[in-house]
Design a protein around this ligand. Structure first.
Ligand SMILES: Cc1ncc(COP(=O)(O)O)c(C=O)c1O
Length: 367
């Protein structure tokens, strides 16, 4: 029997269509005799860095590792401060802490959920070394203003592009606006692997050389570490699949944007606030995030009708037991706190059927 459920995300429809091709790719790698950091990884590094307007790419094991290695390559170390947001996935902050640095949280804009650039300068001091703007939900932060501040205070800018592969800011690809950028290829992402994966991209040759060594114990020569690094490999199977997925990425973004357009034009529940695409952004709609003052009631109603939504993120990082010691309680993040109680995301993935989108809209309008 066919399920009546509409999930917030699923790869299964997509896999049905691509199964033969993907299994062939896996078989080809298995038969090649090389399973990690070989031809497929190199090929994907070349293709993806080009796709993001960067000269260099270093394939790693996850988006978290991509951030950590980007920070290390940029020279971020113990007791440095890194400015970012609290309305993000834990990994953004986890990577900063793993470098021994301290995350400093800046509030977000109510309109687009992204870092409020007007509040960055007041957080800068002698210890501040970098900014990690998070391109949340599929659109980019305001790099024109961020880069001006970074230049003024000599800070590195590392883009967290885990959610923004294929989106554009001022007509240029996400990942081409900072000193380095970190991508995640976790399966749910816009460019998703069938397992974990990530990449650091940059136009700076020194960062590239350092990042490449960092991903493999600080080595360039076998069994000889030049400095302390990590183990963060991208395997050949994931790279081969990602190369294939990359060829479909722009097409998938068109599908995502089509679904977003249908939501935008047809949801007319006056208390549900729809997302706004910034004037400099070409939104990739990694997720379609709405706001409602009665979120729990709204989500339960949808769930009762077999529509499953998600909250990204219900807990701002500065409120979590694991990280609240890093933030002074008196420094309020008002918009972050407020929005964390209202936001949730509607079903969104390229193969989501238009019939199902229409069913979701009907339910919303009848709430
Ligand atoms: C904003 C953001 N940054 C970083 C990451 C980390 O990526 P990964 O899960 O591949 O480690 C994610 C994904 O979870 C993310 O959404």
């Amino acid at each position: 029997m066919k399920s009546n459920n509409i999930f917030v995300w699923s790869y299964l429809e997509d896999y049905k269509k691509k199964r033969k091709k993907i299994l062939n790719l896996v078989d080809k790698v298995f038969k090649s005799g090389s399973l990690v950091l070989s031809k497929e990884v190199l090929n994907f590094e070349n293709n993806f860095s080009k796709f993001t307007n960067n000269k260099y790419g270093v394939g790693v094991n996850s988006g978290t590792d991509a951030l950590r290695i980007a920070l290390m390559a940029a020279g971020i170390k113990k007791d440095d401060e890194v400015i970012t947001v609290s309305n993000t996935a834990v990994p953004t902050v986890c990577a900063i802490v793993e470098c021994g640095a301290k995350p400093i949280f800046v509030d977000i804009n109510e309109k687009d959920f992204l870092i409020d650039v007007s509040k960055i300068e007041e957080k800068i001091n002698k210890k501040t070394k970098a900014i990690i703007p998070v391109n949340l939900y599929g659109q980019s932060a305001d790099y024109e203003r961020i880069n001006k501040i970074a230049k003024k205070f000599n800070l590195k800018v590392i883009e967290d592009c885990a959610q923004s592969a294929g989106s554009l800011y001022k007509g240029k690809p996400s990942g081409s606006h900072g000193d380095l950028a970190a991508f995640s290829f976790y399966p749910t992402k816009i460019l998703g692997a069938y397992g974990d994966g990530g990449m650091v991209v940059t136009n700076n040759k020194n960062y590239f050389i350092k990042a490449r060594k960092l991903r493999k114990y600080g080595m360039s020569k076998l069994y000889y570490s030049e400095f302390h690094g990590v183990n963060s490999r991208l395997d050949e199977v994931q790279a081969a699949i990602l190369n294939f997925q990359l060829s479909k990425l722009n097409q998938n973004i068109i599908k995502r944007r089509r679904i977003a357009k249908i939501y935008n034009e047809n949801i007319n529940s006056d208390k549900l606030i729809k997302p706004i695409e910034g004037k400099n952004n070409f939104h990739g709609y990694y997720i379609y995030v709405v706001r409602h003052a009665q979120r729990n009631k709204f989500m339960s109603y949808l769930k009762k009708n077999n529509v499953f939504c998600n909250i990204s993120y219900p807990f701002p990082i500065h409120s979590m037991k694991g990280y609240k010691h890093l933030h002074k309680k008196k420094e309020k993040l008002k918009i972050t706190d407020k929005l964390s109680k209202q936001i949730f995301s509607l079903p969104m993935y390229p193969e989501l059927r238009i019939n199902d989108v229409e069913r979701v809209i009907k339910l919303i309008n009848n709430f």
